[in-house]
Design a protein around this ligand. Structure first.
Ligand code: ADP
Ligand code: MG
Length: 684
């Protein structure tokens, strides 16, 4: 019933408001009931003025004893309660408002207390004036604070949810979970509690989203998610893919390499080979820390497709990485007479036409490129395998677009997805529940962990001199600047300026510069020169972040390291430590450091293990950001959060299994209730 009742049936909801609500994915009364508070305010009690504590939200009653207009950098209105026990400060106020505050009047205020220049204060509190003998009644439930959008105030949310909750009493939502959950409330009770918790409900538990009522809803969402994944898996089992049998060329390539695969590489290769032989599409995610040797695995898989008469497409997120792959693949595959084509957004028209023609007529067997690969002009002859490198840089949509390109004659290409951004296990399960996961958990032999130092920008000159000295002694180094050009907003050191500085101060050094605004050929030429050892120092922006492989480079300096996230720092640092030499990384930071920046840099100094760094990242930032907003298509929970709710996952899986097997109608209803607006999800 409530899933059919449009929001416009509620009092106060006209077309305009309905439109705004729709942008939040709210269309029916049921949607509104699942739009849950972010947090709560406790207006059920008063804190005596002498007992207020800083940094907490509190409600107080007091008598106005002074009202002053304060000049200064930011003029403000200061309202003093009880002779200075607490001040209320308003930066924005109008005349009428200022006149309301009259000495001797009583006032109730709610807000966060903070230390201010004249003692404790609340800035822009919620307040109401009252006659000293007639204090307004206290709230009898905790006050929810809803996630909102511009133009919808909290009072509107309260009015809307009040109406929705009344309707819920009349038309309870159907219970979709088959078992009785003894330790958790039923759905309707849970919803009521979450929207209007009582004064005696545990506020701390509610704030931390671990109240049984919240857990009940989280559990149901996780179950719906698992049901959705199960359905995706079932659908995929019905898809057909070309069977790509193992190829003798694979052994030929392996024999020509100057190294043997690590045990972990062999294991993952076998998994891929077995998948490719099957007649339904492989969907495999290969996780391997930076430098673990994913590229050769990609080449071996591509070879298997090529030898079976199908094309393999390899997509990389940056020009530099795509070009590097082209160079590697050509070196590996040319001797085996496998044709490699190449496509990016910057090819000259004639060259581009030629490449497109080779892709379309099937001459090209392995095609390497950037996201130019899934543009409309590209027609594959017989695409059998799609490989996506550094997949965290792509969105779900891009992955899908390339996959869909390959569909022909009822056949779907196999998919191999590679990422160096290690995703903690629980997260991988929830985000990629539809993929099989392989892990390369071993680095090639002889690698030494990179030594990392954290140094203040105050010592930048010394670090430059030290680096120049190392370069003269034969070391190749990167100097990374986070931005391309001087910017007033972010005063990052520009790569261009830095390169100039090096050239002026150390004219004997061969200094190269790469950044995102250069032409592809120019970038390529510089990378090649660095690769060949002709340049001793490469000054770069973060364009070299992913995938770049110059094993001889053993020193990296990252400026403004405090601005970068852990995943990015780890990726960047992964450019060194790829050879036999002991490598070093210097993280230059601009003081003062925020608490989280300090923690990040400390983690970088303490470990080079990508999985440990990812776990730390998860703790510091939370999962949405770890995965990057672009690829969270399958992970946009409304309520659940991982790893916070990890403990509920096994239970969710059990119940989901029962539902899928025994209650298919409930499975549909659950997905409708929780996933209806999750479009990406349905596709991924
Ligand atoms: P990533 O996993 O970061 O993509 P790469 O594929 O770029 O790593 O490999 C990093 C370096 O290690 C390359 O120079 C590659 O040739 C080399 N390499 C890969 N596998 C091995 C191995 N088993 N033994 C020695 N070196 C290897
Ligand atoms: Mg790589």
């Amino acid at each position: 019933m409530l899933e059919k009742l449009k929001l416009t049936t509620l009092k106060g909801v006209g077309d305009k408001l309905a439109e705004k609500l729709a942008t939040l994915g709210l269309n029916c009364v049921q949607d509104l009931l699942f739009h849950l508070p972010l947090r709560y305010q406790d207006k059920t009690r008063l804190t005596p003025l002498h007992a207020v504590r800083p940094y907490e939200e509190q409600q107080v009653d007091g008598v106005i004893t002074a009202v002053q207009f304060r000049q200064g950098r930011r003029p403000s209105l200061l309202v003093t309660l009880d002779n200075g026990a607490l001040n209320l400060r308003f930066f924005h106020f109008n005349h009428r408002q200022a006149q309301q505050f009259v000495r001797g009047k009583a006032l109730r205020a709610f807000g966060e207390v903070r230390p201010g220049p004249t003692g404790l204060e609340m800035v822009h509190p919620q307040y109401r004036l009252f006659e000293p003998d007639h204090p307004p009644p206290l709230a009898d439930t905790l006050t929810p604070v809803y996630p909102s959008t511009e133009g919808i105030g909290q009072s509107t949310w309260l009015k809307l949810t009040d109406q929705a909750l009344r309707l819920l009493t009349q038309y309870p939502l159907p219970e979709l979970l088959p078992e009785h959950l003894n330790d958790l409330p039923d759905l309707n009770t849970a919803l009521r509690t979450v929207h209007r918790p009582l004064a005696q409900d545990d506020l701390n538990a509610l704030m931390e989203q671990r109240h049984p009522a919240q857990q009940r809803l989280v559990l149901e969402e996780l179950i719906a998610h698992q049901v959705g994944l199960a359905r995706l898996r079932a659908q995929k089992r019905t898809l057909k893919a070309p069977s790509l049998p193992p190829s003798h060329l694979v052994n030929q390539l392996l024999a020509s390499l100057p190294f043997a695969l690590t045990g972990a590489q062999q294991r993952v290769l076998h998994q891929i080979q077995a998948d490719l032989k099957r007649t339904h599409p492989m969907q495999r995610l290969v996780q391997g820390d930076v430098g673990s040797g994913k590229t050769i695995i990609a080449a071996l898989a591509a070879l298997q497709a090529a030898d079976a008469g199908f094309q393999a497409a390899v997509m990389a997120p940056t020009d530099i990485l795509a070009e590097q792959h082209r160079n590697h693949f050509m070196a590996w595959l040319k001797p085996l007479a496998v044709e490699v084509a190449w496509l990016n957004g910057r090819l000259k028209a004639a060259e581009r036409r030629a490449q497109l023609a080779r892709i379309e007529d099937g001459t090209a067997q392995v095609i390497i490129g950037t996201h130019a690969l899934f543009q409309q002009a590209v027609t594959f002859h017989r695409l059998g395998l799609v490989i996506i490198d550094e997949q965290h840089r792509f969105g779900v949509h891009q992955r899908l677009a390339l996959q869909q390109k390959g569909q022909a004659a009822g056949l779907h290409p196999h998919q191999l997805i590679m990422t160096a951004t290690p995703i903690p296990r629980t997260l991988a399960m929830a985000a990629y529940g539809d993929l099989d996961v392989s892990i390369i958990d071993e680095l090639p032999p002889g690698r030494k962990p990179v030594h990392t130092a954290v140094i203040s920008m105050a010592k930048r000159d010394e670090v430059m001199a030290h680096l120049a000295q190392r370069c003269r002694a034969g070391v190749q180094a990167y100097w990374v600047c986070p931005l391309i050009e001087e910017s007033e907003v972010l005063d990052a050191q520009a790569a261009q300026t830095t390169a100039e500085q090096f050239r002026r101060r150390f004219p004997d050094l061969q200094v190269g510069l790469v950044h995102g605004r250069m032409q592809a050929e120019e970038k390529d030429a510089i990378m090649q020169a660095f690769q060949a050892g002709e340049l001793q120092l490469l000054v770069a922006t973060t364009v070299i972040e992913v995938g770049v492989n110059v094993p001889n480079a053993s020193l990296m300096v990252i400026e403004n390291a405090e601005r970068l996230g852990l995943a990015q720092l780890h990726q960047l640092r992964g450019r060194v430590g790829r050879g036999e030499k002991q490598s070093h990384c210097v993280l230059l930071y601009q003081p003062p450091l925020s608490a989280t920046a300090k923690r990040r840099l400390q983690v970088m100094r303490e470990t080079t293990d990508g999985f440990r760094i990812a776990e730390a990242d998860l703790q510091i930032r939370g999962p949405g950001e770890v995965l990057g907003t672009r690829q969270t298509g399958s992970l946009q929970f409304r309520l659940a959060q991982l790893p916070r709710d990890e403990a509920l996952l096994p239970r969710a899986q059990d119940i989901a299994r029962t539902i899928v097997q025994q209650h298919p109608q409930r499975a549909e209803a659950l997905m409708q209730r929780w996933l209806a607006q999750r479009q990406d999800y349905a596709l991924a």
